[in-house]
Design a protein around this ligand. Structure first.
Ligand code: KIV
Ligand code: ZN
Length: 533
C-alpha cells in the first residue's frame, strides 16, 4: 500500500490509538524543520522547507513540526505555507507559554487540515531559577494559562516540560496533571540536554504513568537530544515504558549533537519486532530520499558509517563478509537496502527517449512542471543523456531540483570554461546574466574551484564568506553528476546553495550562484533576530 493510500485513514486514528500505552502504534513527530533547523548553519528557505514537509507527508510522518512562528517572519511564513499545503499529516507550530506566542502560532497553523499548537515551558529547578527566573508556582500558573488559552483556539494541543528529565518528580507529576486538565492531549517529556540514560528515562516515563491520575487522557511523547549519543536508545526505552509519540529528525539533525534520528527509530522498531512489537506509519522506503534531501539542503554531510543512511551502512568490504553475503545475505545484513529505499536505482531513460516519455517519468517522480520549465528541463536532460551513459531516477531528481532552484534567480549562470591541471595557472572564464545583461570575467585562482569563485566575485562583488564547499556524487561511476553545496555567510546570516551537473566545476558555480541569489533575497528582507527553543 502506498504512503498516500494509508495515510488518511491512519492519521485520524493514530493518536486515538496511541493514547493507550497498551496500543502498539507509535506516533512519529518530525521536528527537522524546527529543532533541526536550530542547528547552526542549517537554516532553510521557504521553498526548501516546503519540499521537506511534502516529502515527510508522503513518507507517512504523523506530525510535522514546521517551525516556531514567533521566532521570525520567515518561520511564520514557512509554518503557514506548510499548513496550507500539507493535508495528510498534522502540522504543528511551537510557542512559548505566552499569549502572543500562542496567538502567532495559531495564526500560522490554523489553515492546516489538522493543526496543532505545541507550547512549552521549563520545569527543572535549574531552568526555572536561571533561565526563566520564575518560582515553581509561577511556572505552574503559566501552564494553566498557556494551555487553557491554546486549547480555546485549537483542539489539538501538545505541552512540553522543557528539561523534563532533570525536573523533580513531584513537580513533574503536578505540572503534567495540570496541563492535561487544562486541555493538552499530548504530553511531551523532553531530555532537552541529552543527559538521561535508557533505564533511567524509561523509569521516569513509568513513574509519570503510575502517578499522574489523568494520564490516560493524553499521549505521552518523548523528545531526546543526543549529547551522549543516547537519543534513539532513550526514545525506544521510553516507548517500552509506555510513551507513544517520538519526536525526532531526519539524519538526527538538531541543536548541538542533534535529536534522535528518525531513520534509526523507524528501522529499529521494524527490525526488532520480536522485542519491540510497535508500528509506525512511516514507509521506510522513503528514508534514503529524505536523508539525501535534508543533507543537500542543509549542507550537513551524513557521516559514511552513520546507521541506516551512511554511505557504508550497507557496504560489505572485507572478503570474509563478502563471502558470507554471497552465501546468505542474512549473515551480515539485518535489514535489506531496499527496505530503506536504497539499491532501487532504475535505469530510466537514454538519449533516444522522447519528450512524452520524459514528461511521464517526471510525473511518476512527483514533478509537475509548467511548459517553460519542462522545455528547459528536457533540454538539460538531452544534454545529460549525451554525456552520461545511464540516466537514473536520482539523476533526474537532481536535474529537476537544480532547474527549479535556479529558475527565478536574479543572477543566472550562462557558461563556464575552466583550465585545470598541474601546469596552471588555473583559470576560469565565466559568463553570468546579471539583471538581464550577460557579462564575462576571466580570473585565476588557487585551483579551478577557486578560479571559478573568483570569477563570480569579479562579476558580482560581495563580502560574503565561504563557510562550506561540499561535493558528492548523485550516483555511482566516474560519469556521475556532482551535487555541490556551498554555504555563504554575510552579516551573521548563512545560506546554502546547491548545484548539480556532470561537470563538477559547473555544479560548483551553480551552487555558489544559488547561495548568492539567496543572500540577495535575504538582504532585501529585513528579518527580525532569530530565536531558539
Ligand atoms: O529540547 C527541547 O526541550 C525542546 C522543546 C521545545 C520540546 O526542543
Ligand atoms: Zn529539542
Amino acid at each position: 500500500m502506498s504512503a498516500h493510500e494509508n495515510h488518511a485513514a491512519k492519521n485520524s486514528v493514530s493518536e486515538a490509538k496511541a493514547k493507550s500505552s497498551a496500543s502498539s502504534r507509535v506516533v512519529i513527530f518530525d521536528t527537522t524543520l524546527r529543532d533541526g533547523e536550530q542547528s547552526p548553519g542549517a537554516s532553510m528557505n521557504l521553498e526548501e522547507k516546503i519540499k521537506i514537509a511534502l516529502l515527510l507527508e508522503e513518507m507517512g510522518v504523523d506530525v510535522i513540526e514546521a517551525g516556531f512562528p514567533i521566532a521570525s517572519n520567515g518561520d511564520f511564513e514557512a509554518v503557514r505555507e506548510i499548513a496550507k499545503r500539507v493535508t495528510e499529516s498534522t502540522v504543528c507550530g511551537l510557542s512559548r507559554a505566552a499569549r502572543n506566542d500562542i496567538d502567532r502560532c495559531w495564526e500560522a497553523v490554523q489553515h492546516a487540515k489538522q493543526p496543532r499548537i505545541h507550547t512549552f515551558i521549563s520545569t527543572s529547578p535549574l531552568h526555572m531559577k536561571f533561565k526563566l527566573q520564575m518560582s515553581p508556582d509561577q511556572v505552574h500558573q503559566a501552564i494553566i494559562d498557556s494551555v487553557t488559552h491554546a486549547r480555546n483556539i485549537c483542539p489539538d494541543v501538545e505541552w512540553s516540560c522543557e528539561d523534563g528529565s532533570r525536573t523533580e518528580h513531584d513537580f513533574l507529576c503536578r505540572t503534567v496533571e495540570t496541563a492535561i486538565k487544562a486541555g493538552a492531549r499530548t504530553i511531551n517529556i523532553p531530555d532537552t540536554v541529552g543527559y538521561a540514560v535508557p533505564e533511567e528515562f524509561a523509569a521516569l516515563i513509568k513513574m509519570v504513568i503510575n502517578r499522574v491520575p489523568n494520564i490516560d487522557q493524553a499521549v505521552i511523547s518523548v523528545h531526546c537530544h543526543n549529547d551522549l549519543g543516547l537519543g534513539v536508545a532513550n526514545s525506544l526505552a521510553a516507548v517500552g515504558a509506555g510513551a507513544r509519540q517520538i519526536e525526532c529528525t531526519i539524519n538526527g539533525l538538531g541543536e548541538r549533537a542533534g535529536n534522535a534520528a528518525m531513520e534509526e527509530i523507524v528501522m529499529a522498531l521494524r527490525t526488532r519486532q520480536d522485542l519491540m512489537p510497535f508500528t509506525t506509519g512511516v514507509n521506510s522506503e522513503y528514508i534514503t530520499r529524505a536523508s539525501r534531501l535534508v543533507s543537500a539542503i542543509t549542507g550537513f554531510v551524513v557521516q559514511p558509517n552513520k546507521a541506516i543512511v551512511g554511505a557504508n551502512a550497507f557496504a560489505h568490504e572485507s572478503g570474509i563478509h563478502q563471502d558470507g553475503m554471497l552465501k546468505h545475505a542474512g549473515t551480515y545484513e539485518i535489514m535489506t537496502p531496499e527496505s530503506v529505499g536504497l539499491g532501487k536505482s532504475t535505469l530510466v531513460m537514454g538519449k533516444h527517449s522522447g519528450r512524452h516519455a520524459f514528461r511521464m517519468k517526471l510525473k511518476e517522480l512527483g514533478f509537475d512542471l509548467g511548459d517553460n520549465a519542462m522545455n528547459e528541463a528536457f533540454k538539460r536532460f538531452k544534454d545529460l543523456a549525451d554525456r552520461k551513459k545511464d540516466v537514473y531516477d536520482e539523476d533526474l531528481v537532481a536535474l529537476i531540483d537544480d532547474e527549479i532552484q535556479h529558475e527565478a534567480e536574479l543572477i543566472k549562470f550562462v557558461s563556464l570554461q575552466v583550465i585545470a591541471g598541474s601546469r596552471g595557472p588555473q583559470t576560469a572564464t565565466l559568463e553570468l546574466e546579471v539583471e538581464g545583461k550577460v557579462q564575462t570575467a576571466t580570473t585565476q585562482g588557487n585551483g579551478p574551484v577557486d578560479a571559478t569563485f573568483n570569477a563570480i566575485k569579479a562579476l558580482v562583488p560581495h563580502e560574503a564568506k565561504l563557510l562550506l564547499y561540499q561535493v558528492s556524487a548523485v550516483t555511482q561511476g566516474t560519469d556521475a553528476q556532482a551535487e555541490v553545496t556551498v554555504r555563504l555567510e554575510e552579516g551573521g546570516k548563512s545560506v546554502n546553495g546547491q548545484g548539480a551537473e556532470p561537470d563538477t566545476m559547473v555544479a560548483s558555480a551553480r551552487a555558489y550562484i544559488h547561495a548568492l541569489n539567496k543572500l540577495m533575497v535575504k538582504r532585501a528582507k529585513t528579518a527580525p533576530a532569530a530565536m531558539s527553543a
